[in-house]
Design a protein around this ligand. Structure first.
Ligand code: AMP
Length: 404
């Protein structure tokens, strides 16, 4: 079976076509600048063939039509007919409290996703555009939704509630939900497979450090706390997002700068984080280069970044009564030996014996970076969210077929 995985944003569609039997990616790419000037599709085939096609792509449906056309094209395609696509898996950002796991997308569940749009007004409507488009274009092909939030639905109430008036939780669902669930779930399970230890008996801290970043405490196979909250702004310092800030500082900024809700949102999401502090870039590589050249704000931003992750590791170890495994993933977690080393510095008191040699120079490779006798195992596990979405989609479609 071939499964198409779609990740639809407001003006872009990322996609991968998997051959489930082999686990291979037949084609992957992105449609960008949908509805804007200069829209294009970039595709990479399994054999390395790359192409960038420019064209007027007015909406998500025409973007998907464009990419489907490419998948079956004689010259650059990878399948003969669209009937080879057995299912479509969608990355969906917010499932609220409704979705505890992935689901088959029918009229009822699509309505459920629509109802969660208030919680993620920038993301869910864009995700839904992909679902509607596929319904129109390939109505016979089953669609499955895989949520960023659902893995964290096991958090206990004392961990997901904000100490705000309880009525706000009841009225609007204001609580912590967490994101990056597919990644945290995948890398934690994979770490246990590699170490050959039982997933349901471990205390694991997963650090997903990418442009967006979050950290999760997983006890006995269940997420018990995570750093992102109602929105992906809470928690760690990110490329352009602030992470934790005193809410009192925000109300003061609104007053002093005379800005409204939407400007504050832009400030927190687009102008803060590594970019806001360093004034150089949201890209960790550029910040690290500037820090190596002695730029003081770049150095400060790196110290703040690493300190925040370390603080969360300590608090999650306390929350779980200890920790057995720490996993690094995401662009920074997988590729930055220096950040991993600084984050794990001085954590010997927790039973972490970091192996600097094993860590050195490792990029994007499953590796244990603690010493053989370290009580806590520290690991790098590259994430693979698209594959998780594809395999969940396969499982759900197979279950549906069995029922029929
Ligand atoms: P992601 O969102 O997971 O793709 O991660 C993107 C982030 O990973 C960016 O901040 C990149 O600068 C960072 N990154 C990628 N490669 C490296 C590297 N070799 N060293 C440090 N950061 C890296």
């Amino acid at each position: 079976m071939k499964i198409l995985v779609l990740n639809c944003g407001s003006s872009s569609i990322k996609y991968q076509l998997f051959d489930i039997a082999s686990g291979g990616v037949l084609a992957k790419g992105i449609v960008e600048k949908i509805g804007l000037k200069g829209s294009f599709l970039k595709n990479e085939r399994f054999d390395g063939d790359k192409v960038k096609l420019e064209g007027e792509i007015l909406d998500h449906q025409s973007g998907i039509e464009y990419l489907l056309g490419l998948l079956i094209s004689e010259k650059r395609g990878v399948i003969k007919s669209l009937t080879e696509i057995g299912a479509v898996g969608h990355r969906l950002v917010h499932g609220g409290e409704t979705f505890q796991g992935s689901c088959y997308l029918d009229e009822v569940t699509i309505k459920g996703v629509e109802d969660c749009s208030d919680l993620a007004p920038l993301h869910n409507p864009a995700n839904l555009k992909g679902i509607y488009a596929m319904k129109n274009l390939l109505p016979e092909v089953p669609q499955v939704g895989v949520f960023d939030t659902s893995f964290h639905q096991t958090m206990p109430d004392y961990s997901f509630m904000y100490a705000l008036p309880y009525s706000l939780y009841k009225k609007y669902g204001i609580r912590r939900y967490g994101f990056h669930g597919t990644s945290h779930s995948y890398v934690s399970k994979r770490a246990c497979e590699i170490l050959n230890v039982p997933y349901d008996k471990m205390r694991i801290i997963t650090c997903h450090l990418g442009n967006g970043a979050s950290i999760t405490a997983i006890k006995n196979g269940k997420s018990v706390d995570t750093s992102m909250g109602l929105t992906p702004v809470e928690g760690l310092i990110m490329g352009t997002r602030s992470g934790d800030v005193d809410a009192g500082a925000l109300t003061l900024i609104m007053e002093k700068e005379e800005i409204d809700y939407s400007s504050l949102n832009t400030l927190l999401n687009k102008h803060s984080g590594m970019l806001g502090i360093s004034g150089i870039s949201s890209d960790m590589r550029e910040v690290e280069t500037a820090a190596a050249e002695g730029d003081e704000r770049a150095i400060l931003s790196l110290k703040m970044y690493q300190y925040r992750v370390k603080k969360y590791i300590g608090s999650y170890a306390a929350a779980m009564g200890g920790v057995d495994i720490i996993v690094f993933t995401g662009g920074i977690g997988e590729n930055s030996p220096d950040d991993r080393e600084k984050i794990c510095e001085n954590l010997e008191f927790m039973g972490i014996a970091f192996d600097k040699k094993a860590n050195e120079g490792i990029r994007g490779k499953e590796t244990v970076i603690s010493t053989g006798d370290s009580k806590v195992k520290v690991m790098i596990v590259p994430t693979n969210e698209e594959w998780v979405i594809a395999s969940e989609t396969r499982d759900i479609v197979e279950q549906m077929n069995k029922k029929q």
